[in-house]
Design a protein around this ligand. Structure first.
Ligand SMILES: Cc1cc2nc3c(=O)[nH]c(=O)nc-3n(C[C@H](O)[C@H](O)[C@H](O)COP(=O)(O)O)c2cc1C
Length: 371
């Protein structure tokens, strides 16, 4: 009998998975506890972690029948680039812990699904390797940028992202410090700086303020981000970033109409409503609850995106109906990666797109909010 193709193996093992939750459960059984804890947990008491998902369940569709929906085209554009679906992948650090292929496998899956991937500054694969692995794909990639104390290193990251063909810079603004994560912090020690390839030139260049020797002499090597992260960035830094790049800038971590307005004043091209997957400040509102006020404030002057707690196609449609241009998933993609690398991510994206399509087909016209 012919040996099954890898694809068949994947289908045998993972096709019965009917939802993202089953991917999560499988990932939990496969990953070392410390890695699962790092990926899955939120800040302090995880009030917001639960709320991000719960808030979606409080939004209920109003269902209209006999509207003759014959087919659904999920295609859309983000920052002028066409993508096959509004379901996109959020930046998440250290994907090599989920699967040896790390962000390269993630990028290949996104390319195969013709969707957008955002690469974290703190990735396990270099931004160049991720750009090259799917270079012939038309689907865009964005680079997520942390603003580092040393602006020259930050500038170099921007230049490398530009040179490698990333189509936008996502400036994360919700991380003045790494959040307090009771379970995650107890279980997980961040690997040393040397294993973060986007910082490889930082090790080679002794003239940079943050050299490998200064890193190893610090007292908290388990949190390398804390060492290089600029703790006091302000809106002027958004303007600074804009002054050094021609790429569109998207600010990620906006949770109020006021901040959306501030960002627009600095000429950003996109506003990303996010609370960092509830990993930063606990007891903030769920992102889907904040989305309408941000959409209202932005008033079509920039694209608005959202992430946080999206676990099925219905959630995606709710976010789109409330004005998001695209919707990002963080953990669902990580669970797919942990379960079966590139194929696992593809399966998760396929599942979400299928659910979105079927939800749209039902002829939803609007939602009511259930108190
Ligand atoms: C393990 C993990 C690592 C993350 N790393 C980053 C990061 O490096 N940069 C960033 O801007 N956001 C990061 N995030 C936040 C995600 O981009 C996104 O906002 C969040 O995961 C969305 O929520 P969800 O996981 O419920 O989909 C991370 C999230 C997780 C779960």
């Amino acid at each position: 009998m012919a040996k099954p193709a890898p694809d068949d193996n994947y289908r045998q093992s993972y096709l019965p998975f009917v939802n993202v939750e089953q991917f999560r459960a499988k990932a939990k059984s496969l990953l070392p506890w410390s890695v699962y804890a790092f990926y899955s947990t939120g800040a302090t008491d995880e009030v917001t972690l639960k709320e991000n998902q719960r808030a979606f369940t409080r939004l209920l569709f109003k269902w209209r029948c006999l509207r003759g929906v014959s087919g659904v085209n999920l295609q859309t554009t983000v920052q002028g680039d066409t993508i096959g679906s509004p379901v996109c992948v959020a930046p998440a650090s250290l994907q090599g812990l989920a699967h040896p292929g790390g962000e390269v496998s993630m990028a290949r899956a996104c390319a195969a699904s013709n969707t957008l991937m955002t690469l974290s500054t703190m990735s396990s694969c270099s931004l160049e390797d991720v750009a090259e692995c799917a270079a012939d794909s038309p689907s865009p990639k964005w680079f997520q940028l942390y603003t580092l104390t040393d602006r020259e290193i930050t500038r170099r990251l921007v230049q490398r992202a530009e040179k490698s063909g990333y189509k936008a810079l996502v400036m994360t603004i919700d991380l003045p410090r790494v959040g307090i994560r009771y379970v995650g912090d107890q279980a997980f020690k961040f690997p040393p700086f040397a294993s973060l390839p986007n910082f490889s030139d930082l090790h080679r260049d002794p003239s940079t303020k943050v050299s490998s020797s200064s890193i190893s002499s610090r007292s908290a090597p388990d949190k390398p981000l804390e060492i290089v992260l600029d703790r006091i960035i302000t809106w002027d830094d958004v303007a600074w970033l804009k002054s050094i790049t021609k790429l569109p800038i998207i600010v990620k971590g906006v949770m109020s109409a006021e901040d959306a307005t501030e960002a627009l004043r600095r000429g950003v091209s996109g506003i990303w409503v996010s609370n960092h997957g509830a990993r930063q400040l606990d007891s903030t509102a769920a992102t889907i609850e904040v989305l309408p006020e941000v959409v209202h404030a932005v008033n079509d002057r920039a694209e608005v995106y959202v992430d946080g707690g999206v676990r099925n196609g219905g959630d995606v449609l709710k976010a789109l109906a409330l004005g998001a241009r695209a919707v990002f998933v963080g953990r669902p993609a990580l669970w797919g990666l942990a379960c079966n690398g590139e194929a696992g991510v593809s399966q998760v994206l396929e599942l979400l797109n299928k659910e979105l399509e079927l939800t749209v087909i039902h002829g939803i016209v609007w939602m009511s909010i259930c108190a």
